[in-house]
Design a protein around this ligand. Structure first.
Ligand code: FPP
Length: 236
């Protein structure tokens, strides 16, 4: 088959020391149930892990960290669990934003805002405004997020079907490294477009047990990989 041009990875991060890392933080519910506790207990524990991983991401020189906090499919969960998560996310943003701003972190939230409780959408706006000038780490939190929905919206907003234009309309960069905790090995509609060339890493560790040390080890695994983007890897 002849093609007029080769598809190119869009805006690939060439500097592996400032990668865009995405994490599917799975396993909170099972972690809580294994301890005879209600599922929101696992999410509470998971929020503590987010703090530790953000700190380590800064120390590791990660450029962007995208966290899957609430998918558009998670509305199907029992109402108390959903309400608990919304409240947890609001508290996280209110409490953490000042410290994150001081650490040079910029916070952005991906996903739909129109279905979120007012208190959470206000906390999102405030956190985004307060941290807008951060340049150390771009912390992207996905809430009511579906990659397919984001793609449809970006396609509608883009006059041309160009890869870079669509990437720009999505307001994102390529994911270099995707980690999923909790033992499952799928993308669950997270950053599908952005993960076109992502290196993937799956760990059995449930999110509440995931440590900064394991995160650093995961990054070492990523940095040891050779990425050829479909071409031929250069031999040093
Ligand atoms: C998946 O585990 C996890 C979630 C749906 C929620 C993730 C949220 C947090 C870690 C809380 C805080 C986040 C931030 C950004 C402050 P699951 O409940 O599906 O676990 P299971 O597969 O064991 O049931």
């Amino acid at each position: 088959m002849q093609t007029t041009r080769s598809p190119q990875p869009a805006t690939v991060t060439p500097d592996a020391t400032k990668p865009h890392v995405a994490i599917i933080m799975d396993g909170n519910g099972r972690w809580a149930e294994a301890r005879g506790m209600p599922r929101p207990f696992g999410h509470e524990a998971g929020a503590g892990v987010v703090r530790a991983i953000v700190s380590r991401a800064i120390a590791e020189g990660v450029g962007a960290l995208s966290l899957y906090a609430f998918s558009s499919y998670n509305w199907r969960r029992p109402e108390p669990e959903v309400a608990g998560l919304m409240n947890l996310l609001r508290r996280f943003l209110l409490v953490e934003a000042p410290q994150l701003r001081d650490a040079g972190v910029r916070i952005s939230v991906l996903g739909r805002r129109d279905r979120l409780p007012l208190g959470l959408s206000k906390a999102i706006g405030a956190a985004e405004r307060a941290t807008a000038n951060g340049t150390t780490l771009h912390l992207r939190i996905a809430i009511d997020y579906s990659a397919r929905e984001a793609l449809l919206a970006a396609r509608e907003a883009t006059p041309t079907a160009d890869i870079d234009a669509l990437t720009q309309a999505l307001g994102t960069t390529e994911v270099d490294f995707l980690i999923r905790t909790g033992g499952d090995r799928r993308l669950s509609d997270f950053l599908l477009w952005e993960c076109a060339w992502a290196e993937l890493h799956f760990t059995q560790t449930g999110w509440p047990d995931y440590t900064a040390e394991e995160f650093s080890a995961s990054l070492a695994d990523f940095r040891a990989r050779t990425r050829s983007f479909g071409g031929v890897a250069e031999v040093a």
